[in-house]
Write a protein that binds this ligand. Sequence first.
Ligand SMILES: [Mg+2]
Length: 389
Amino acid sequence: MKIDNLVLLKGVLDMRITNVECRLYRVPPTIVLQDSIQRIPAWEWLITTVETDAGFKGTGWSYTLGMGGSAIRELINSYLTPVVVGHDPHDVERIWTRCWQELHANGSGGFTTLAIAPIDIALYDILAQAANVPLYQLMGGYRDSIPAYGSGINLHLDGDPLLEHMEGYLARGFHAVKMKVGRDNPEEDVERVRSVRKLIGPQNKLLLDANQKWTPGEAVRCASMLEPFDIFWLEEPILADDVPGHARIRNTVHTSIAAGETLFTRYQFADYIRAGALDVVQADIPRVGGFTEWLKIAKLAESNNLPVSPHFAMELSVHALCAVPGGLVLEDVQGGSLTELGLLEEPFTVQNGVATPPNRPGHGIVFNQSALAKYEVHGQVTGVVPTRV
Ligand SMILES: [Mg+2]
């Protein structure tokens, strides 16, 4: 049975949420991950189970780059669970808004939305299971697969190690690759980008990510220096909070500007779009509070004729990208997939540069509980290492 929207589903199956439980896992990276502003000492995964009285159980998750995971766990378990239990999972808008209102005085995005996201994602998982369709079909079903790009957190690499890294993506069938820029000396970025462009040839796409390193003036200068290498997009050239700065860069250089991984609400995206400050909308599903908010941002982008290309979390992003017309390309971060971290029962990987959502009801991602167990943090987090370089 395929049911086309949530309105139809409601009433077909009466169910209530009976329990929410979030667990925190700190997982060491499998490779060195460094960009222009940070080094990732640990992935933090906030994996959350939502149970219903109809037998359906949903799984959602947020993540951090090593900071704040226990705060998110407490927000979910102590503060949001009582808000959510008893509701019908079909009422995703009501549940999302109630959660957001409860936490709003602490900030409209960030920890607030990172805490809402696992619940929201788990609810969508439940609804797609109940409808017996893969999640992307429940959310719109625009396409059945999406091209992906290989994404390297590799500012520390140059010379042969950088080329070997990029060659690895081509060998796996990718036709688009992303590398980090933002060295203190921009000439080093130029040399690194020049060598990668030469390696991948003109037929493959090259994306650059500066991770908010520059001032607007520096960004204009560096983007102009990198322009000759046919850059598909330049990502986060400056501080994400600086909307007019992004607009200035976008109006000055000829390279497309991608941004959004460090934005947390649809209002922030609306500000960017109104200011003409970006070309590619990179809303991150966990960071914006899950699919309910992400779909609104995707519609906002679509209404302004802008493509969406969500940041990270490819096991979720693949469903989002396949759901909506404006889906551009999936990010496959080397060292950042749940499969590479050994956390899944069945691998989910990009095949020949194309990603296809699991063909089973829900999002189809099943965590390996015994693999996770050794990473769980039960009480206070200890051994924290600062992430900023
Ligand atoms: Mg980025």
